[in-house]
Ligand binder design. Structure first.
Ligand code: ASP
Length: 427
């Protein structure tokens, strides 16, 4: 068909959609197929399994290279006292965020009542004791740890190797480049394979909807509610508390000053892309000195993922509840440690949190089919968690500036500050 010299190609209506729209449509189509043609929908399961296998394949190499690269990036900044303080504050707030996520999942129970365990009989693994987990932290053979998918051991080895590469100075530069390049290649592979997500998600939801009908929908809506509520609690409760207790500052001005960055993060789902706006908010609206933002914000972009960690807490409990898997205290501790360590290797781009969610689930033996369920609604969750990630980045810059006497209080309290300044005018 031809209109005024243009070829009408109906498939472009599909190929030109953003990936998240296609994935959401994939999920809705899957549900419709599962409800309308349950027998045929059951046949789609192998395609869903193929998608889950792709995620499994990418997970460990991706996070291994990314964590080493994250640590090398921090090392290159020759962290002084300010950098170390910022790193500590970022890791502490991420730990609080994952605890809030777990609390939301525990209290609101988004996955209770779907009983997917019949769809995917789960071989119950014996829960290790704390002593066993501690002893097993250090792999006797890192390659075997990778081959066996021992997430915690692989992360511990990646952190140790990253620190060692930093410690050998110039000799470590080839290794840094190698891992940075591998991490880039793994990211590329992830992006390419993620194009399969709409079809994989469609196949898996069709198969599940054929068995569970509409019982699937309400829990997914509950997950969205739990993540948004957790994000609000974290930003309003924890960040306000930190500003009041650690810096004796009125949080109201901070919330007013970060709105632009939050809006850009919410719509772009990328904290890396939001960084220029975060810098503008911190300096021009909140009065943080350029010396502080130059050190603190890049560290935040590398390691701070409060919203992502919170989301992983909620979704891990959702998957455990949906598949009827009982988690013990040691599993909760493992989830906290993995989410905090994985945040070092999570890039500030759309959808990376979904990839690191696979690590969290694997570390406590939860089925990765859960990731496919979450993938359909992930963009809505990504918007909220990215807004929290950038809010946390800016918060720590304010705290550090206040402590170093480099926060301009007149600007911090001025409701008009920074409004006339556009991005380009920043020196
Ligand atoms: N989109 C998030 C960010 O850019 C990362 C994630 O997917 O959780 O901060």
């Amino acid at each position: 068909m031809q209109f005024q010299g243009m070829v009408f190609a109906p498939w472009r209506l599909w190929t030109r959609r953003p990936l998240w729209v296609k994935t959401l449509l994939g999920m809705l189509t899957g549900i419709a197929l599962g409800l309308g043609m349950p027998e045929q929908a059951l046949l789609l399961k192998p395609f869903g399994t193929l998608f889950v296998n792709t995620i499994k394949m990418l997970m460990l190499p991706l996070i291994f290279c990314s964590v080493i690269t994250g640590i090398c990036t921090l090392g290159r900044r020759h962290l002084d006292k300010t950098g170390l303080k910022a790193t500590f504050l970022y890791l502490a707030s991420t730990t609080l965020a994952i605890c809030i996520g777990l609390l939301m999942g525990w209290v609101l129970e988004p996955g209770t009542g779907i009983a997917l365990q019949h769809a995917l009989p789960h071989a119950l693994q014996p829960h290790p004791t704390l002593e066993q987990v501690l002893v097993a932290l250090v792999p006797t053979n890192p390659l075997q740890a990778m081959a066996e998918g021992r997430v915690l051991q692989v992360l511990v080895f990646a952190v140790a190797l990253g620190l060692a590469i930093n410690a050998i100075g110039r000799q470590g530069i080839p290794a840094q480049r190698l891992f940075a390049s591998l991490a880039e290649a793994m990211n590329k592979l992830t992006q390419v394979l993620m194009n399969l997500a709409p079809y994989g998600v469609c196949a898996l939801t069709a198969w599940l909807a054929a068995q569970y009908e509409l019982a699937l929908m309400l829990p997914l809506l509950k997950v969205i509610g739990a993540v948004y509520l957790g994000c609000l609690l974290h930003v309003l409760g924890v960040y306000s508390g930190m500003l009041l207790l650690l810096a004796r500052l009125n949080p109201w001005h901070y919330f007013r000053g970060i709105l632009d960055a939050q809006a850009v993060a919410f719509t772009s789902s990328s904290s890396a892309a939001t960084q220029p706006v975060s810098t503008h908010c911190a300096e021009a609206r909140l009065g943080v000195s350029k010396r502080v933002t130059d050190i603190v914000l890049p560290i935040g972009a590398t390691i701070n993922m409060d919203g992502t960690a919170l989301y992983q807490g909620v979704t891990a409990l959702f998957v455990a509840q949906a598949f009827g898997i009982d988690l013990q205290l040691i599993d909760y501790l493992t989830i906290i440690v993995i989410a905090v360590l994985a945040s070092i290797g999570t890039a500030g781009t759309p959808g990376t949190g979904l990839m690191t969610l696979t690590l969290v689930l694997t570390s406590v033996g939860l089925p990765l089919e859960g990731v496919a369920l979450i993938a359909g609604i992930d963009r809505f969750l990504d918007m909220a968690r990215t807004a929290v990630n950038v809010s946390g980045d800016i918060l720590v810059s304010v705290l550090i500036a206040r402590q170093k006497g480099e926060l301009d209080l007149a600007t911090y309290h001025d409701p008009e500050a920074g409004e006339e300044m556009d991005e380009g005018s920043r020196q």
